[in-house]
Write a protein that binds this ligand. Structure first.
Ligand code: DOR
Ligand code: ZN
Length: 348
């Protein structure tokens, strides 16, 4: 079948993004707002977003960074700690400030030190969330140093996620940025109360790419990219149209000097070409007709929100991914696949 030169889909949303704050926020927010109507904004600032006031302040910063005339809606999340206050979280959800709670196992990734040390510490909060239908967004990796970094997601399913879903049988959960065939199979087996986001970079790279001709720190992220077979399982899931799988870029900006370092930060900054990267991947898979479900319909359905009314068009046109984004803090942030040519472009 011939593929078209233009596709029009409902405007998509990004169900997992890091916008940071301050100069970095100013530099990156527009890239997300350019393509997406809404975004679930991660709360792993330093210090993290744990209260309604934190979220309102942060939301104001985001709105200011995007500018007055943009129609972008940031959806705020609450960072779960051992000391989390269930009443505060419930009130934040009732008042429409918090859309979800983010669970970072303590020590799993960037700014996760304040995360949860033991699931028993947050059972009261999870019970409350289950009662009110508030989604829990999970960074699904164990932190046990004995577990190989490439196995941390699969082991998390057995040790934490599966027991949690049994204990809280009605809790809505998003398994964020899944990277393994085990996660794909697990999500499918759970039915509609478990969703999963899939990043563009995990659809495009496998672990070999991190070491192609040398070490490639800009491809280092968490969960780390796995073997090719896992990537193909993600690709099959994303392009299946199934409701459980939806778009979440996990675009995670870090200054170049913090990536190209003896101990570099985890994170791939994909926002400058995020939607186009997904279009490229779906086109290569012969599945452009499934892009709208993945990018624009499945996420809202999971969150109980309407799909966006307006549309965006992507046209078949070569363009180069901008190499870097400059911040007023004087740090450059390198884009994922910087300078490479993509054949799908968001129309103005
Ligand atoms: O690669 C990652 N970067 N994974 C995460 O879970 C966090 C993120 C970040 O905040 O930089
Ligand atoms: Zn993330």
């Amino acid at each position: 079948m011939e593929t078209p030169d233009k596709i029009t889909i409902r405007r998509p949303d990004d169900w997992h993004v890091h916008l940071r704050d301050g100069a970095v926020l100013e530099a990156v927010a527009g890239h997300t707002a350019r393509a997406f109507a809404r975004a679930i904004v991660m709360p792993n600032l330093a210090p993290p977003v744990t209260t309604i006031d934190d979220a309102l302040r942060y939301r104001d910063h985001i709105r200011a960074a995007v500018g007055d005339n943009a129609t972008f809606t940031p959806l705020m999340t609450c960072y779960l700690t051992d000391e989390a206050d269930a009443d505060e979280i419930r009130r934040g959800f009732d008042e429409g400030v918090f859309s979800a709670v983010k669970l970072y196992p303590a020590g799993a990734t960037t700014n996760s030190a304040m995360g949860v040390t033991d699931m028993s510490r947050v059972s009261g909060v999870l019970e409350m969330m289950q009662d009110i239908g508030m989604p829990l967004l999970v960074h699904g990796e164990v932190t046990d140093p004995e577990i190989d970094i490439f196995d941390r997601e699969a082991v998390y399913i057995e040790r934490v996620l599966s027991p949690m879903l049994s204990d809280f049988a009605a809790l809505k959960v998003v398994f964020e940025h899944i990277t393994t065939s085990q996660a794909v199979a697990f999500v499918r087996a759970q039915g509609p109360r478990l969703g999963a986001t899939i990043t563009a970079h995990h659809l495009l790279i496998d672990r070999n790419d991190m070491f192609k001709g040398g070490i490639r720190p800009h491809l280092y992220c968490l969960p780390i990219a796995k073997r090719k077979g896992h990537r193909l399982a993600l690709l099959e899931a994303a392009t299946s149209g199934e409701e459980s799988f939806f778009l979440g870029t996990d675009s995670a900006p870090h200054a170049i000097n913090l990536k190209e370092a003896a101990c570099g930060c985890a994170g791939v900054f994909s926002a400058p070409a995020a939607l186009e990267l997904y279009a490229h991947v779906f086109d290569q898979a012969g599945a452009l007709d499934k892009l709208e479900a993945f990018a624009s319909l499945n996420g809202p359905a999971f969150y109980g929100l309407p799909a966006n009314e307006d549309t965006v068009s992507l046209v078949r046109e070569d363009w180069q991914i901008p190499v870097a984004v400059h911040t007023a803090g004087d740090a450059d942030i390198l884009s994922f696949m910087a300078g490479e040519t993509l054949s799908w472009k968001l129309a103005d």
